[in-house]
Design a protein around this ligand. Structure first.
Ligand code: PAF
Length: 283
């Protein structure tokens, strides 16, 4: 027997009416914001949602404001039918799949800008990115009014930016971090992995390995700059490049550090052919 599919709504009044029904029954709500093309990493967010709330709302919206003009908005993978099947199997009550006009009607002029944790790393390389993410996630949080919102550690800087935004704007949705889901060879699950050629996919695990090597050097008190240089020297011959960054940072502030004096995070972003891979591990 196929699992019953989630109800799909595409405008804010319908979203709020459906959520009001859950609230009348006294149910808690977990929000799972996505851009679709769902994989096991997204399903882990839904499963984590089930552990804290009775109802799961998944949003599917490819947010144009977090892509610059030369990025992959037009070719970003789309598969609403496949997504709904996966969400039915994972147990999802409601899917909010708005179009661009619903989220950004004519005249829309507001941008949510988060300082601190959004500067540096991906924020320095993709200056448009976190403003776009913070704006759309603020809207989704206010539209849904959920108790919890599930975010993957795969996008570690995004997780911290969203947490900061919700705290600063007094949005009472608790942001919950969910560990990265990896392929058996260590590659972090990402909707963009479909862009990799078979040859690129074979070397893709090197990024995760290099991050682990830097984390291990940091934990052993060895030189982190030397470990980063060694990482760059192994990634380049495998075809990685440009390497946007490899860095050891304070796990809370994301300030770059060269030795651990508390929880750290090693983060990396590198191009493999036409695909930009990002990943991170704890240190
Ligand atoms: O991580 C993503 O898929 C997106 O950045 C998000 C959080 C859904 C906002 O568009």
């Amino acid at each position: 027997m196929p699992a019953q599919g989630p109800r799909v709504v595409s405008d804010v009044p319908a979203l709020r009416a459906a959520i009001a029904e859950f609230r009348r029954a006294g149910e808690r709500l977990a929000l799972v914001p996505t851009m679709g093309a769902l994989h096991a990493g997204h399903i882990a967010l839904v499963e984590a949602g089930h552990r804290v709330a009775e109802r799961i709302v998944v949003t599917i919206f490819i947010n144009p404001r977090q892509f610059s003009a030369n990025e992959d908005l037009a070719r970003y993978p789309r598969d609403l039918e496949g997504d709904l099947k996966k969400l039915a199997a994972a147990g999802t009550d409601l899917v909010f799949a708005p179009n661009v006009e619903t989220m950004y009607p004519p005249g829309f002029s507001t941008q949510v800008s988060v300082g601190g944790v959004s500067q540096g790393l991906c924020g320095a390389i993709r200056p448009h990115f976190f403003g776009g993410v913070a704006t759309v996630v603020t809207k989704l949080f206010l539209q849904a009014g959920a108790d919890f919102a599930m975010f993957g550690e795969k996008d570690y800087q995004q997780l911290l930016v969203v947490r900061r935004m919700a705290a600063d704007l007094d949005i009472p949705t608790k942001v919950i971090a969910v560990p990265t889901v990896r392929e058996p060879d260590g590659v972090a699950m990402s909707s963009r992995n479909v862009y990799l050629s078979p040859a690129e996919r074979r070397v893709a695990p090197r990024l995760h390995q290099v991050l682990q090597e830097i984390a291990s050097a940091a934990r052993q008190g060895k030189s982190v700059p030397l470990a980063i240089d060694a990482g760059i020297a192994t990634l380049k011959p495998d075809g990685f490049g440009p390497i946007d960054y490899l860095a050891l940072c304070d796990a809370e502030s994301l300030t770059p550090i060269i030795r651990l004096n508390g929880p750290g995070r090693v983060l990396g972003a590198a191009w493999l052919g036409a695909t930009r891979l990002i990943d991170n591990v704890s240190a």
